[in-house]
Ligand binder design. Structure first.
Ligand code: FES
Ligand code: FES
Length: 457
């Protein structure tokens, strides 16, 4: 089976057949003769495969090729070679394996300097790993690119303006991964729901940032049926009502991070979104996907739960609402049927006097959380304490909430021990020990809330 797609690549319209399991990275490298994008990790961590998708940096290793249908893709081959000069001058490249990705993200920052009002260069470059050079030269290279952006900018303007020669197209037989699966890409919610109702084994897919991790090594996944939701425009926007912020089923982290009003009323959304992964992941990953993936380490879920999120689940049988803190039944078990999808996430608007988000991991973004915590207090609703990576699901910590609400004197982190042991069930694993996780959670609670909770001294 093949799928016919049209899209714009480096300023040229292309129409070609792709295999259902082909990744964008493989399509570029093996069939379109554009080997500039590299494969380092194949799991969205190194950024060597960074390309622009509709103007945002994304990891091409995590993009199913069929999802670029009707969209605009730009690769390192469209960037003016002069762009590399500043990185050479600052010593930002040695072996060069990371350099195409570094130049793509660095050029994007140069062309969108407004992002520096809310982000540091180092944070924006977090999704581009370099194993030889060190990061000071890379950051200096981006700074130098920014300084040169206003002077003779036309000489370094990359992207569609440059329009390299149209690529040659190798036949479908040259696809790196073929697979025998089926892809459906509905444009309406009703169509998506009827496809899911008719095909109980079909997998709904949106940002794909989890599903495509190590994709070449997962042959069984290449033969499945997928219902791609990304063409359902109605699910993308988030909106405000009198009493709620409503995220769409396809609202991405980046959509929320860039919304000043959301940052003001629900600051933990921006805080968590910025640590869920680097910009390449933030641009693709969805809040609903983070919920439905059901990882106990999900970084987006604790803040949603601390804001009392309510999910709308839809199927051909109708809609139902489920509170997020009642959604998980056990490890990877959810109160959701195979033919249902999350179409919206409603967050009630409240006045909060405490809002905290903490992530403890080996680094801020791009690392699986060892211990995570989201805490809110609203005079109208009381305490919400939610932890991740400390149980089989993201967990609301009711005993800790009761302790905080009691106003009892809490003179140190150990005062949380009893409550924590009743709230969580951590495990020893490659990243941490159960004892460490419990101990750190007590410290996050005590030192994080010391200045804002009655009873803590
Ligand atoms: Fe590492 Fe894509 S190959 S992020
Ligand atoms: Fe070698 Fe960055 S220059 S990995």
């Amino acid at each position: 089976m093949s799928v016919s797609i049209r899209f714009r690549l480096n300023g040229t319209d292309l129409c070609l057949d792709i295999a259902p399991a082909e990744r964008l990275l493989d399509l570029l490298r093996y069939r379109l003769d554009l080997p500039g994008s590299k494969e380092g990790c194949g799991e969205g961590e190194c950024g060597a495969c960074t390309v622009y998708l509709d103007g945002l940096p994304v990891d091409a290793c995590l993009v199913p090729a069929w999802q670029v249908r009707g969209r605009d893709v730009e690769t390192i081959e469209a960037i003016d070679p002069a762009t590399l000069d500043v990185f050479l001058r600052t010593g930002a490249t040695q072996c060069g394996a990371c350099t195409p990705g570094v130049v793509m993200t660095g050029s994007w920052i140069r062309d969108h300097p407004q992002v520096l009002e809310t982000h540091a260069i180092r944070e924006l470059m977090a999704g581009n790993l370099c194993r030889c050079t060190g990061y000071d030269g890379i950051v200096e290279g981006v700074e130098a690119a920014l300084e040169g952006a206003g002077v003779g900018a036309e000489t370094v303007a990359g992207g569609a303006d440059r329009q390299p020669n149209p690529p040659s197209i190798r036949p479908l037989e040259c696809a790196a991964i073929v697979g025998s699966g089926e892809i459906f890409r509905p444009h309406t919610l009703d169509h998506a729901l009827s496809l899911l109702a008719d095909r109980p084994d079909a997998v709904p897919i949106a940002g794909a940032t989890d599903l495509l991790v190590h994709w070449p090594g997962r042959p069984a996944a290449h033969d499945r049926t997928y219902v791609d939701l990304t063409a359902i425009e109605a699910l993308r926007p988030h909106r405000w009502t009198e009493d709620a912020l409503i995220l769409g089923g396809l609202t991405t982290y980046w959509d929320v991070i860039g919304d000043a009003r959301a940052a003001e009323e629900f600051p933990l959304l921006r805080a968590a979104g910025r640590q869920v992964g680097a910009i390449q992941i933030q641009a693709r990953g969805t809040w609903a996907g983070n919920i439905a993936n059901a990882s106990p380490a999900a970084d987006g879920v604790p803040v949603l739960m601390a804001y009392d999120a309510v999910l709308t689940l839809a199927s051909t049988a109708g809609e139902e609402e489920v509170a997020l803190d009642e959604f998980y039944l056990g490890y990877k078990e959810m109160r959701m049927k195979p033919d249902q999808i999350i179409t919206s996430i409603r967050l009630p608007r409240r006045s909060f006097d405490v809002q905290r988000f903490d992530k403890v991991g080996s680094r801020a973004a791009q690392a699986i959380t060892k211990v995570g915590l989201a805490v809110t207090h609203a005079p109208s609703a009381g305490w919400r304490v939610v932890a991740n990576s400390v149980a089989s699901t993201v967990t609301r910590c009711h005993a800790s909430e009761r302790l905080l609400a009691s106003g009892a004197a809490i003179s140190g982190p150990e005062a949380f021990d009893d409550a924590i042991h009743s709230d969580i069930a951590p495990i020893d694993d490659i990243r941490s020990t159960a004892a460490y996780r419990a101990r750190v959670l007590g410290r996050l609670l005590y030192f994080g809330l010391r200045d804002c909770a009655p009873g803590l001294a």
